[in-house]
Design a protein around this ligand. Sequence first.
Ligand SMILES: Cc1cc2nc3c(=O)[nH]c(=O)nc-3n(C[C@H](O)[C@H](O)[C@H](O)COP(=O)(O)OP(=O)(O)OC[C@H]3O[C@@H](n4cnc5c(N)ncnc54)[C@H](O)[C@@H]3O)c2cc1C
Length: 377
Amino acid sequence: MTTQADIEIVGAGPAGLTCAIILAKAGRRVTVREWRRDVGHRFHDDFQGLENWTARQDVLAELAEAGITADFAHHGVRKGIVFDSRARPHPVQGKRPLFYLLRRGNADGTLDRALLDQARAAGAKVRFNDHVETAAGNMVLAGGPRRADIIAVGQVFDTDMADGAWLAVNDALAPKGYAYLLVHAGRGTVASCLFTGFHDQAKYLAATVEFFQRHAGLEIENPRPFGGFGNVRLARTAMQGGYPVVGEHAGFQDALAGFGLRYAIRSGTLAAHSLLGGTDYTRAWREQLLPGLRAGVVNRFMFNTTGARAKDYLIGRVGEGDTAPALARTYGLSLPKRLMFPLARLRYRAPLKDPSCNHLNCDCVWCQHGTHTITKT
Ligand SMILES: Cc1cc2nc3c(=O)[nH]c(=O)nc-3n(C[C@H](O)[C@H](O)[C@H](O)COP(=O)(O)OP(=O)(O)OC[C@H]3O[C@@H](n4cnc5c(N)ncnc54)[C@H](O)[C@@H]3O)c2cc1C
């Protein structure tokens, strides 16, 4: 790629738009090509959490450093309640926000709308209703998940409830997953996040609503159903056909809980810097993202193989003291986790299968064949 070549980015999600903002601010000509007619079509004005525990640096400072303004509606959440399998509440709290609550979709104030506006203000063009099927020229692939390994089913609603954040780790509400309730300023999101048992999603959502009504005083007005899916796999490559792949398209997602936002923003940033500075994107994501992704796989393996009692004990421990350092340790790739990783990957191989290839002649945007020879990158 010559230094002044035009760049096309496939997908106007957080990963693609972050990459576009950085490139456009550096003076590059950028076009973002988005399949749908607006940003955020996968989302429904539902609350999501931008986690703030995997790095010492506050995630908003990280955004600022990358050149992204936090001009989307957001709210730092410092405390919450985690229910264990026996519905016992464990308060959790952080000295700094544990996560930032934000909204996803295409409405004003959502993360997606704010990033779109910033990309345009920086000079990037954004083309909607543009379904890219073949990769060509200078592209960054940021097309989001390729298949559903996790689904979330829930409701967004209005409420008079006080603000709060609640999580329940209970197979009767969300098998191998978790249920959550987030309320802020008269809006709420309640959902069951399932890692299995997808066919019974209606049953799990009903159980989740009933659970939070009983244990958190959930009050729902004007409910609107929503659902979504995520893809969990351990990227073996984030170069496909010679193109950098970012965000969930590359499989950058926490395998334990499905947090993908910070990975999307970080990988979009790394790809942009590699294009600007001629640095090696593969080396950068392996250094900066792979340890966390691996820790996520080990965490998921431990979560799947640990009984309810042991999980209850661990939930109790996380609630002792400041929760942020405890979560940081959980998400770090410690020596025991390094040793456990090969077993975790083996046991968790099926859902982690990465069907992409990094063959230089691959021009499929959604590479699913995986039949090309893997070249070492
Ligand atoms: C219900 C739900 C709740 C979640 N909650 C959280 C949370 O609390 N915290 C968190 O960190 N993460 C959460 N996640 C995950 C997070 O939303 C994703 O990891 C994140 O959106 C990934 O961003 P992305 O830019 O990689 O992909 P996306 O946001 O999916 O954007 C990809 C874009 O590419 C477009 N596209 C795809 N293919 C093409 C093509 N061929 N041509 C043109 N355009 C194309 C799509 O239309 C889409 O707009 C949640 C996910 C779901 C579904």
